[in-house]
Design a protein around this ligand. Structure first.
Ligand SMILES: [Zn+2]
Ligand SMILES: [Zn+2]
Length: 461
């Protein structure tokens, strides 16, 4: 048992290391610098509520729950350390990155990268031209440009493994694996408009939602799991690096059902946009494209490829309308169906693995109905669903009748996210208020401690 023996010899109340000289704002005990840097080290079950300042809005939180991306009305994009509760110094991104990405917001990965759609020089008299997805290292500013079809909506990074995905204007789902320089394009619902997509990177499942339809596919080949992009790039002949890279022979076009229906390798060109003249015409402009001066590691020489899918389940929602949000985690599938002017029906179903790689999807076991759904999240273990109806935050323990409703947000909620190995629930509203709730044995109904955020005393990334 450690005994305090005066200044410098006090044991930290959180981790018991010697050298505690700061008072915890929750339990009041003395704690060390390390524990003061992460408010979640306190075992008192309580959350944090704070304001980021006038016009600031939290736009994204990385899957580990460490960094937040914040936009301002006029100022550049900034980063906020969600565990130290301080601004990150010396990392700023042009506001144009936010403005050009509103329909498909930039996303943070857990290891300090930001991915966003990049455009050729935006001028007042011409429309922006999409040139690819830029992955920026927030620490050193270096970046790579990854060619894909233009982004439309639904950007996301998976809870595990940092897989970035979004819905393209060509109604495919593009997937960029962590650190890969190639995007893989999937077509889970050919000839349909894709309203929602979701990637489960632990089981490599792809969920897609359209009008009155929902599919779950197994990702059986996405070319990236066996490619070290940098090694491939440097081993390519010069001609390939300059843009005439031919697709790997093993890659098959996206298919909806059995692998048997995949076309011959020769049909790849037509189905993936290889050789698309508009794409190749713009890829060479990447160097001059963005507001950044940092060099691009690749000049978008590596083209996206088509991935192969295997249908695991096809579901018809109970409600009639567009499936506008989907998530799959643990044994649960959650789908939000827009049923008319602002009204949403959220359907929860049980999902089980069955023989032959198929999934058995059960009937709807729980339905939430409401207006003004703006944001939703399913925890990585599938245990909790959180969603925002205007300024109300609802948290449901799936499979039970346990449900909490929180009303501390003072404006419409724009972000709801479970993050980190501790399943922290983050919510943010249009009035720059952010609330973080730790998971407790009793769920997320915890007292909140108000924290003042100052603009000085920033921390390094
Ligand atoms: Zn400590
Ligand atoms: Zn404490």
């Amino acid at each position: 048992m450690m005994v305090a023996r005066g200044p410098g010899a006090v044991g930290c109340a959180h981790c018991t290391n010697i050298g505690a000289d700061l008072a915890c704002r929750i339990c009041g005990h003395l704690i060390c610098d390390g524990c003061a840097a992460d408010w979640t080290t306190c075992s008192e079950p309580s959350g944090r509520a704070f304001r980021l300042g006038t016009s600031a809005r939290l736009r994204d939180v990385d899957p580990s729950g460490h960094l937040g991306l914040v936009s301002h009305w006029i100022a550049p994009l900034r980063l906020f350390d969600m565990r130290r509760l301080r601004w990150v110094d010396a990392v700023e991104l042009p506001r144009s990155v936010w403005l050009t990405n509103r329909p498909h917001p930039p996303r943070l990965t857990s290891d300090g990268y930001l991915l966003y759609a990049d455009f050729a020089q935006v001028t007042s008299d011409s429309a922006a031209t999409f040139i690819g997805i830029r992955r920026r290292n927030l620490r050193d500013g270096g970046s790579a440009l990854i060619e894909t079809d233009p982004a439309e909506h639904g950007t996301a990074v998976t809870a595990m493994h940092d897989v970035y995905s979004f819905v393209t204007q060509t109604q495919k789902i593009a997937l960029i694996r962590h650190q890969a320089a190639i995007a893989t394009m999937f077509e889970p619902l050919p000839r349909k408009v894709i309203h929602a997509g979701f990637v489960d990177a632990e089981r490599m499942l792809l969920v897609a939602g359209s009008w009155c339809e929902l599919t779950i596919h197994r990702i059986v080949a996405d070319t990236l799991d066996r490619v070290d992009p940098l090694a491939v790039f440097h081993s390519l002949p010069i001609a390939a690096r300059l843009g005439s890279l031919t697709p790997p022979a093993a890659v098959k076009p996206a298919t909806r059902g059995s692998p048997d229906s995949a076309g011959a390798p020769g049909s790849l060109g037509a189905s993936t946009g290889f050789g698309d003249s508009s794409a190749s015409g713009t890829s060479s402009t990447s160097g001059a494209s963005s507001a950044f001066d940092a060099p691009s590691a690749f000049g978008a020489d590596l083209r996206s490829t088509a991935g192969t899918l295997e249908l695991a389940a096809r579901i018809t929602p109970k409600a009639v309308g567009d499936v506008t949000w989907v998530a799959l985690a643990g044994g649960w599938l959650v789908a939000a169906v827009t049923v008319g002017s602002g009204a949403t029906s959220i359907e929860i179903r049980r999902v089980d693995e069955i023989a032959g790689g198929r999934l058995s999807v059960g009937p709807v076991v729980h339905t939430h109905a409401g207006h003004g759904l703006r944001a939703a999240s399913l925890s990585r273990d599938g245990r909790f669903l959180a969603f925002a109806l205007d300024r109300e935050l609802v948290v449901h323990e799936i499979g039970t009748q346990n449900q909490d409703s929180f009303d501390e947000h003072t404006d419409r909620i724009n972000l709801v996210r479970f993050v980190g190995p501790d399943h922290m629930l983050v919510s943010a509203d249009n009035d720059n208020r952010v609330v973080m709730r730790p998971r407790t044995p009793g769920g997320y109904a915890v007292p909140l401690v108000e924290v003042e955020i100052t603009d000085d005393e920033g921390v390094p990334l």
